[in-house]
Write a protein that binds this ligand. Structure first.
Ligand code: GTP
Ligand code: MG
Length: 223
């Protein structure tokens, strides 16, 4: 959301500057993986963007890097059909592996295809040793849905650290933004692997982007 910089701690201010520099640096598309063999960048700390089809994963990644066409976005749900790997930053200084994941919860492609994606997604989320955080994107207009809860439970069980990022908040009026944030924050409280802070964003208006970059920088710093 639009920030009140007077309220952030010096650590958070540092992380935001760190995040700004990290995402302003080099940013390279490496590969789209359809399977889990020979995945790149397994030596770098990694963050992944997961969420239902059309929630805005690719758009958020573009907003973070300030590059409009880095990750392909679309009005057609199911646009991203592979695990897309990007290297952000400079390995000599600070770098992060970023993965744009195929969306889940989209019914219009064939059942077999959905099943294959979910299987790939789950094996990746459970079995990637350098995966440090999954940003689970949730449409702020809808809140956490059953398919999100299913992924969250799987991450809890696999002890994979994750954080909820509400998207498309420009589509809500201010009081609605506040209530969905409070409600979502409440819903994640009991989840063991979930970060207690929920981030509210709009890729369109560039709201909350600094906060997500800061989280990325913290992950990159912690190695
Ligand atoms: P899949 O790859 O199909 O899973 O979709 P995705 O989650 O990557 O979504 P994508 O970024 O392609 O965005 C889907 C649609 O939502 C596009 O039409 C975007 O322009 C729109 N969109 C994404 N973020 C925002 C936002 O913050 N605000 C608004 N108003 N629209 C957005
Ligand atoms: Mg996408």
């Amino acid at each position: 959301m639009a920030d009140d910089d007077t309220q952030i701690s010096p650590e958070e201010a540092f992380a935001r500057e760190d995040g700004r520099l990290l995402f302003a640096g080099e940013c390279e598309f490496l590969m789209g993986a359809v399977g889990l063999d020979n995945l790149p960048l397994s030596h770098l700390p990694e963050v992944a963007f997961a969420g239902r089809s059309n929630v805005g994963k690719s758009s958020l990644l573009n907003a973070l890097t300030g590059r409009n066409k880095l990750a392909r976005t679309s009005n057609t749900p199911g646009r991203t059909q592979e695990l897309n790997f990007f290297k952000i930053g400079d390995e000599e200084k600070l770098a992060l592996s970023v993965v744009d994941l195929p969306g889940y919860g989209y019914a219009k492609v064939s059942k077999d295809k959905v099943a294959a994606w979910v299987k790939l997604l789950k094996s990746y989320l459970r079995g990637r040793p350098n995966l440090r955080r999954v940003f689970v994107l949730v449409d702020s207009r809808h809140g956490i849905k059953a398919s999100d809860a299913e992924i969250m439970s799987m991450l809890d069980e696999a002890a994979v650290n994750y954080q909820i990022v509400l998207t498309k908040s420009d589509k809500l009026k201010t009081p609605e933004r506040e209530s969905v944030l409070a409600r979502t924050q409440d819903e994640v409280r009991k989840r063991v692997a979930c970060h207690p802070i929920v981030l509210l964003t709009s890729a369109e208006k560039k709201w909350g982007i600094e906060e997500v970059r800061a989280e990325g920088a913290k992950v990159a710093r912690n190695g």
